[in-house]
Structure formats: C-alpha cells, structure tokens
Design a protein around this ligand. Sequence first.
Ligand code: GRF
Length: 318
Amino acid sequence: MRERSRVAILISGRGSNMAALIYASRADDCPYEVALVSGDNPEAPGLDLAEAEGVPVVRLPAPPGKDKSQFFAAFQKVLEDHCIDLVALAGFMRIIPDDFLARWEGRIVNIHPSLLPRHKGLGTHDACLAAGETVTGATVHLVTPDLDSGEILGQVEVAVLPGDTAEALAERVLIAEHQLYPRIVSQYLGRARDFDWITGRVGELALAMPATHFQTSHGSPGWKVGTPSSSKFFAIMWNRHHGEESIGVLVKCSGQDEMAQLIDADPEMYFRPAYYGPSDWVGITLDRPSVDWDHIADRLAQSWELVAPRRLLEAGGR
Ligand code: GRF
C-alpha cells in the first residue's frame, strides 16, 4: 500500500471545514491523513474537536502583536517535526508571511466562500447580495502572497435564494464547502501520483531547454537533445518498471561516484534503475507529495549538458 500524504490543517475558530477534512480522511481510499491540526489561537474550539477525534494537535501561543515571524518560524518547525506534505487552511484568519509561503509553494491550499475571483477577502456573502447575484459558491485554491488569488483547484456553485440574508447564504455555502474541500484536496494530492500529470510536468521542463524534442524509449516517454537525425536521450520516464514501486524520471549523472553520492544523501528521492544504472542513468522518484520542481529542472539541465552535442554547448547551451 502506498503511503498516504500527511496533511496539516490550520484553523482559527470552530473548524467545521477541518472536521469535514478529518471525516473524509477516514475512507479507506482517501489519499491523505490529517497528521496535525494547529492554528494561531490556542483556544480555538476546533482544536478540542480535533483532539477528541484523536488527531495530533499543537497549541501554539497566539502571536504577540504585529511580529508574526517568530510564530511562523515555530510553526515551520512543527510542520517539519510532523513530516507534513500539504497545509490546508480552514478559516485561518491571519495573513501568512511571504517567506513562509515561498517554502510551501504549491503545498498550501485554502477554501474561500465565494466563486473566486469574485469577492476576495472578508464579507463575501454581503458583497454577493449587494451585487444582486443569483449564484455564489466556494473555491479551493493554492495560497500565494496575493490574497485569494492563487491557482483555482476547484469550485462549486450555490444558488442565491430570493430573500437570502448573508447568514442564510453562509450556512448553505458552508454545506457546499464541506463537500468540496476534501474532494479537491484528494484530487490535488492524487495528481501528484498520476503518471500522465508527472510526465506533463517533466516534459514542460525538458522542452524548455534548447534543441530538445520528445521521443519514446522502449515505450516510455523521453526527451532528446540534438537534431532528429542525431540526438541523445537526456530524460526518460520510469513507470514502476522492473519491480520498482515508484514513478520517476531517469537522468544522466556524471558517473557511478555521483550516483552513489546522490542515493546515499537522499535514498527516498534517488534510486539506481535496473538496466540503466550501469550507463550512469540515475532515477529520481517523482510520485511524492512534495517534489521540489526547481531541483528537478536543475537535474534535467545537468543531464542535458552531459549529452548535448558540443556545438550546442559552445553556442552557450542553456
Ligand atoms: C469558511 O467559510 C471558509 O470558507 C472561510 O472561513 C470559514 C471557516 O469556517 N475561509 P470553519 O471554521 O471551517 O467552520
């Protein structure tokens, strides 16, 4: 059985979305477990509920005054100690510093009670009623420094009824939120384990380098550098071949010494692929929830440099 992704939920209040995420995680086929609930308010009622449900809870003291840096440094440590893959904000009422967001880029999500990009920030239901809209909804999105503006991962529509008050609307939207959040978190984590999605990401990086093209190698997607008549592979996808569990990409390394060093330093990320290993191909596991894609881009670039024809390297390469 593949290990489940470890999700931390960050709350400030009652935590009904937190509860929805926890209860959904009890399904056998749910791709995540809630490995931590925490927040900026040690008295938040949602923390008591999480505790009663047997979920690990960390009650950090509320950040004093305006300086949040210490709080987020402490929180970073808690996340690392709990080996967290994804952070889900659920009614977390604090602006998160940019450096923290940069560390969690692509791995921090939020739920917002409107159909973004409409009605960012607070007071969404009043704004929706004031605009006379007949449809509203909820959105799950990635969190970036721009408030409520990260990539939209999923939405659900909710009808506005004649005579609706902001409270009545909030109540109905909340029902939709509880369905949407676990579904989208599962989907988002699932795509990180999907061969076609991973291949698409590797392909974007591989084809961003000069004189590259796609070609299969023994049926596996791969990328070559050179002209179609004279070219060499610098990246080949690996889909649980030869008894290996993982999905990954094979790239060239400088030799057996470097391969040994890489595997030694990070055996969860690197592996020696059967058949390819002796010719200096090293495997990088990619069906993990927290892949550093900048690092993958660097490895692809190094592989490109190792096999690119001299004229391309002399022309300045990448
Ligand atoms: C929800 O409406 C959510 O969309 C917003 O804050 C509220 C949190 O409610 N971000 P709860 O604590 O999950 O019940």
